[in-house]
Design a protein around this ligand. Structure first.
Ligand code: A3D
Length: 316
């Protein structure tokens, strides 16, 4: 990317997560934003509203809303949040079919109009949808990445900071695995200004933080009653976009394609990744305890079940 070049970010899905990600990208001055949705007027209205906030919030990038995929042409980063949440009465397979069909259609358009982009998937079930996107896009695996670990580790960081009454900025964590009940938070890689939390908190308090992190999405849903979290998920996606667009080589937990790392093959699951201009520049293999390694294995098995489900319904 040339240094004088204004990057282009396409946000596909102008719902809660997509529109909030667009807003963060504008506020962070990451580039010009194109907000896309199938609902007529929705992306146009939100984009105009965000444009009108620019003079007050002091950002100069443009934001346009559209129902036409041709407008994402040449995007450097594409953030995909289009999809449905699981509704009452819907099975996991129903959701796979609905969101899988949406993601497959969107990937065709991305491959056509933004063939050089790095794609950040957010749609659930995350690890399965990012694998589907990888197969449909035909991009190299480093350019297709899923956002979940940034969110899960940000939740854990917040809970540790609340527990110790310290700044969230001092807390670092690493959460591996799939986005869901089988995620693998790593307490011995969780520190406060370099001090492992195992020296600062009792095992019981650490266990409570891990349980709250695993249930983090559900906690927000039960408070909101309708809808699910979107500020922190959108912040995670924008953070990843920043690392890519500014070639920061930030070490962040992301869903990446594993080809033998952690003993896993041909599967997307959350692992520590160096994110830069080429997307996933490197996957780091951490030393895991026996329990953590088998927890990661269980997580991968859950993702594999989803991938098998996609095959069952003919989407793969
Ligand atoms: P919501 O506010 O309903 O927005 C989804 C948007 O997608 C709606 O505006 C739809 O009109 C739009 N849409 C549907 N089909 C298409 C299509 N073919 N092309 C373009 N747009 C389309 O949902 P949300 O923003 O709250 O959540 C979006 C997705 O992100 C869901 O699948 C969530 O489960 C998922 N999510 C994932 C995380 C992770 O951490 C992985 C966190 C939060 C939400």
């Amino acid at each position: 990317m040339k240094s004088s070049y204004m990057p282009k970010i396409a946000c596909i899905g102008a719902g809660n997560v997509g529109a909030t990600a667009a807003q963060y990208c504008l506020e962070m001055e990451l580039g010009n934003v194109v907000l896309t949705d199938i609902v007529e007027g929705l992306p146009q209205g939100k984009a105009l509203d965000m444009t009108e906030a620019g003079p007050i919030r002091n950002y100069g990038a443009t934001c346009i809303g559209t129902n036409e995929y041709k407008d994402i042409e040449g995007a450097d980063v594409v953030i995909v949040t289009a999809g449905l949440p699981r509704k009452p009465g819907m099975t996991r397979l129903d959701l796979l079919e609905k969101n899988g069909t949406i993601i497959s259609g969107i990937c065709e358009q991305i491959a056509r109009y933004a063939p050089d982009s790095v794609v950040i998937l957010v749609t659930n079930p995350l690890d399965v949808m990012v694998y589907l996107a990888y197969t449909k896009l035909g991009f190299s695996a480093n350019r297709v990445v899923g956002m979940a670990g940034c969110l899960d580790s940000a939740r854990m960081r917040s809970f540790v900071a609340m527990e110790l009454n310290v700044s969230m900025k001092n807390v670092d964590t690493m959460v591996l695995g799939s986005h869901g009940d089988t995620m693998v938070p790593l307490p011995h890689y969780t520190t406060v200004s370099g001090i492992p939390i195992t020296q600062l908190l009792s095992q019981a308090r650490i266990d409570a933080i891990i349980a709250r992190t695993r249930a983090g999405g559900g906690e927000i849903v039960s408070l909101l009653k309708t809808g699910s979290a979107y500020y922190a998920p959108a912040a995670g996606a924008a953070r990843m976009a920043q690392a890519i667009l500014r070639n920061e080589r930030q070490l962040l937990p992301c869903a990446a394609l594993l080809q033998g790392e952690y003993g896993l093959k041909n599967i997307y699951v959350g692992v520590p990744c160096v994110l830069g201009a080429n997307g996933v520049e490197k996957i780091l293999e951490l030393d895991l305890s026996k329990e953590e390694q088998s927890a990661l294995q269980r997580s991968a098995e859950e993702v594999q079940e989803g991938i098998d489900g996609l095959r069952q319904i003919g989407l793969l």
